[in-house]
Design a protein around this ligand. Structure first.
Ligand SMILES: *Cc1c(COP(=O)(O)O)cnc(C)c1O
Length: 469
């Protein structure tokens, strides 16, 4: 590009006010204020100006049309909802990237009912004075887990952080080397420990730790014995870990509190559903752990939250910690958590109302029924234009829970003529209700286990819309 051509292009850049006028004229659905719209236009014009100055060609079309289109795209990006409902067809039940636990309908209804108005979040209706937000779930936590007391924070990472900070800041915490885990997303026990100001004292080896390892490490600076559930992996083979019972015994003998970071927050005996054994919160509390922490949105199946259970005096200390203000649970979460916990008062009911439990415990023959229903609906709408096959397969629990647990499932393989599996995946993600499939060996598979009843209609419409007559 010659210097003159560049000058000519720069001269043709539209004036901001004119551009704003044109955007307004072309789309009546611009909710943006004058200031915001001007700002967007200015930025887009500036981008093009810089491109021209670098001597790069801008666009085939007229510069003004190009900028207009860019501005309109930016407006759409801002006005369309970015955070959206998707259909989880991956078969990973607690999918960290897809929002972990979906909430039950009754629970969502409670949120809309309460959160739209004022509430007694921190108001004691009986006494007519200030109340504690934690009191709304305290009684439920006590009865469901058997713990003396309980409180809740933003998530389990926060629960671990505040518990360590309260009980062990500047002092030593003894942990087995086999339990120095990373959960993903920056949660690593040694690093959380450091942030809390506690001093990590690791004992034992990666695969074997014995009670005497803890015993030998105890000294005047020991504040806490910490056990961590290695949630997302399993050590097999020549191994030894010290049970929570043994640790509690040692803690009692030496007057050192014992904390168990349990991770998943499982409240029901999963063996009933022929799943791998996973310690329940109740069993760990009953074993005598002084503090137990777990997540609200893993196997518990509720909202993102951190649940802290245990001795009254320790819980009181944690609630008084100024960090609690920074980590405190939000109103929406608290409503969802109270509603979720209430379902557990009747475990069979919980299985119906809490999607994670339902998905986890659903017999494969029910999954198959749903798969056949989807196939029938597809055929009814599209004849044989869409290629589908059903295969038996395995779903995963995910979310750092029950590693190695496979659940029988049905996979629906879809093919569209002329599209590779990655092209088809892109199309699925672009649907009004995006479908996130599983791609294995170049096949696009929809795992029916994680596809819920209310997903069927948008799923079928979405798939049908991909086929041009
Ligand atoms: C998942 C997990 C955490 C982190 O919990 P979040 O609720 O994701 O913050 C901490 N510890 C263990 C053992 C876990 O499994």
């Amino acid at each position: 590009m010659t210097a003159e051509e560049r000058q000519e292009l720069l001269r043709r850049l539209p004036k901001i006010d004119e551009l704003v006028e044109k955007v307004r004229a072309q789309s009546d659905l611009t909710p943006l204020s004058e200031v915001m719209l001007k700002d967007l236009c200015r930025k887009e014009v500036e981008k093009v100006r810089q491109t021209i100055k670098r001597g790069e060609s801008v666009t085939e079309e007229r510069i003004e049309d190009h900028i207009l289109r860019q501005v309109k795209e930016r407006i759409e990006n801002l006005t369309d909802f970015r955070l959206r409902r998707v259909i989880n067809a991956t078969g990973v039940i607690l999918h960290t990237n897809l929002g972990r636990a979906p909430l039950g309908k009754k629970i969502v209804k409670k949120i809309t009912e309460i959160a739209g108005g004022y509430s007694n979040l921190e108001f004691d209706l009986e006494k007519g004075e200030r109340g504690l937000r934690y009191d709304h779930v305290r009684g439920l936590l006590q009865i469901l887990t058997g713990a003396e007391d309980g409180c809740v924070v933003n998530n389990n990472a926060a629960a671990v952080l505040i518990a360590l900070e309260t009980m062990a800041k500047g002092r030593e915490v003894i942990v087995s080397r086999g339990e120095l885990i990373e959960i993903g997303g920056e949660f690593r026990i040694p690093e959380v420990m450091e942030k809390s100001g506690a001093i990590l004292k690791e004992v034992g080896t990666t695969n074997r730790t014995h009670l005497w390892d803890y015993e030998k490490a105890i000294g005047p600076e020991t504040a806490l014995l910490l056990k961590v559930h290695p949630s997302n992996y399993r050590i097999v083979g020549f191994t030894n870990e010290v049970s929570i019972e043994e640790l509690v015994h040692l803690g009692k003998r030496t007057s050192i509190p014992v904390m168990y970071d349990l991770g998943s927050g499982n409240l029901i005996d999963l063996k009933r559903y022929h799943l791998l054994d996973e310690p329940t919160v109740q069993s760990v509390v009953a074993a005598g752990a002084d503090i137990v922490t777990c997540s609200g949105d893993k196997l518990l199946g509720g909202p993102q939250a951190g649940i802290i259970l245990g001795r009254k005096d320790l819980i009181a200390g944690i609630m008084r910690n100024p960090l609690n203000r920074a980590l405190r649970i939000d109103k929406l979460t608290l409503i969802a958590l109270e509603a979720t916990l209430k379902e557990y008062l009747n475990p069979e009911g919980a299985r119906q109302e809490i999607p994670v439990l339902k998905i986890l415990s659903e017999p494969v023959k029910e999954v198959k029924k749903r798969a056949l229903l989807i196939c029938r609906r597809l055929q009814k709408r599209r004849g044989n234009k869409i290629n589908v096959h059903l295969w038996p397969g395995k779903s995963l629990v995910g979310g750092g829970s029950l590693p190695g647990q496979e659940l029988e499932t049905i996979l629906l393989q879809i093919e569209l003529p002329g599209l590779t599996s990655s092209q088809l995946s892109v199309k699925l993600r672009q649907l009004p209700v995006p479908i996130i499939p599983r791609v294995e060996e170049d096949c696009v598979l929809l795992d029916i286990r994680t596809i819920q009843e209310e997903d069927i209609e948008p799923l079928v419409s979405g798939l049908c819309s991909l086929i041009q007559n």
